[in-house]
Design a protein around this ligand. Structure first.
Ligand SMILES: [Zn+2]
Ligand SMILES: [Zn+2]
Length: 345
């Protein structure tokens, strides 16, 4: 089978690898669609994400869908050719954190596409059957199913944000996660949803998906939010830009006693902000670590038409063109928001 390895900064290599037979409790997946995530771009362009460095060739890809190619021994409740969304995190299920219901804090977690664990840019993959989630094929395309992963992250972020009906909310950064969050906070009953985003077409998309206001990043975005909220600030802020300036803005625009959720991953592995406003306002700052137990809810939300995961997928590429897709996403060429690689038909 063909796989695509990242071998250095912005450098890929095609490889042939053996296809395996699924072991006990595993299925062999035929990968269908793989979304390119901002975290993939971190590794591709900087050779690291946070404190995880690329030390040897790695197959990227963790937002993906597949069809079941073969069932291993002991697997029940799944059938061949079924379309599934795949949870890329394999927790140990034995450690203190897993047993407490927080597999996202598992210290021996295997996460696909995060060094040293190979990801989904591969034709086939053997994987634990209990981590694949069937999706209704009359509603989901393979690309929709790949979007369940970022939707899961957005859902987990929403949970940490404690959004209540009538709240005012800022979403800073309108990439795929920000655009999904806008829809989720709208579903949660937020009244004012203010999107902050430098790129015009992403601001437009934010408005179409439920934002009530949009502001550019022009040194006046903080005043803009304070104007809309009559000087009070918003109840909740979600920072999905991965930049310290956005974190700084989040602190400034949040109301006293409000809650700020940090989702973005900073390139330099440092998050800093002005201490006084955060202290004076007694803010609660939540940091998002991936997600947990969100796939079934994410699938139902899409199935019920409550969340549109298709609108933000602006680009589709065949597997062969993956290197071009990474370049386009890194440089934000051609108004790209989310790019999805299609492995096979
Ligand atoms: Zn991702
Ligand atoms: Zn564990």
């Amino acid at each position: 089978m063909r796989v695509l390895q990242l071998v250095g900064l912005r450098e890929f290599r095609w490889e042939e690898k053996d296809t395996h037979t699924p072991g006990l409790g595993e299925v062999r997946l035929r990968v269908r669609a793989v979304g390119i995530c901002a975290s993939d771009i971190h590794v591709y362009a900087h050779g690291r994400i946070g404190d995880t460095f690329l030390k040897s060739p790695l197959i990227l890809g963790h937002e993906f869908s597949a069809t079941i190619d073969e069932l291993g021994p002991g697997v029940k409740g799944l059938s061949q050719r079924q379309l599934v969304a795949v949870d890329p995190a394999v927790p140990c299920e034995k450690c203190e954190f897993c047993l407490q219901g927080n597999p996202n804090f598992c210290q021996s977690l295997r996460f696909l596409g995060s060094w040293p664990h190979d990801g989904a840019l591969s034709e086939f993959l053997c994987y634990p059957a209990h981590l694949v989630h069937p999706v209704p094929e009359e509603i989901f395309t393979s690309s929709d199913a790949a979007m369940i992963e970022p939707l899961g992250v957005a859902l987990h972020s929403l949970k940490l944000g404690h959004v209540h009906p009538g709240d005012s909310v800022v979403v800073h950064g309108c990439g795929p996660i920000g655009l999904l969050l806008i829809q989720l906070v709208r579903n949660a009953g937020a009244m004012e949803i203010i999107a902050i985003e430098p790129i015009p077409h992403r601001r437009q998309m934010a408005l179409e998906l439920g934002a009530t206001h949009s502001l550019s990043v022009d040194d006046h975005q903080v005043e803009g939010v304070l104007e809309i909220t009559k000087g009070r600030g918003v109840d909740r802020v979600f920072e999905a830009a991965g930049e310290n300036e956005a974190v700084g803005d989040a602190i400034e625009v949040c109301k006293p006693g409000g809650r700020v959720v940090l989702i973005g991953i900073p390139v330099e592995d440092v998050t800093s902000f002005r201490a006084s406003p955060a202290r004076h306002k007694g803010l609660t700052i939540m940091l998002v670590r991936r997600m947990k137990h969100t796939y079934p809810r994410a699938i139902s939300l899409v199935e019920a038409g409550k969340v549109d995961v298709r609108r933000m997928v602006t680009h589709h590429f065949p597997f062969e063109q993956t290197p071009d897709a990474f370049r386009i996403v890194e440089n934000r060429e051609d108004d790209v928001v989310k790019a999805v690689i299609h492995m096979s038909e």
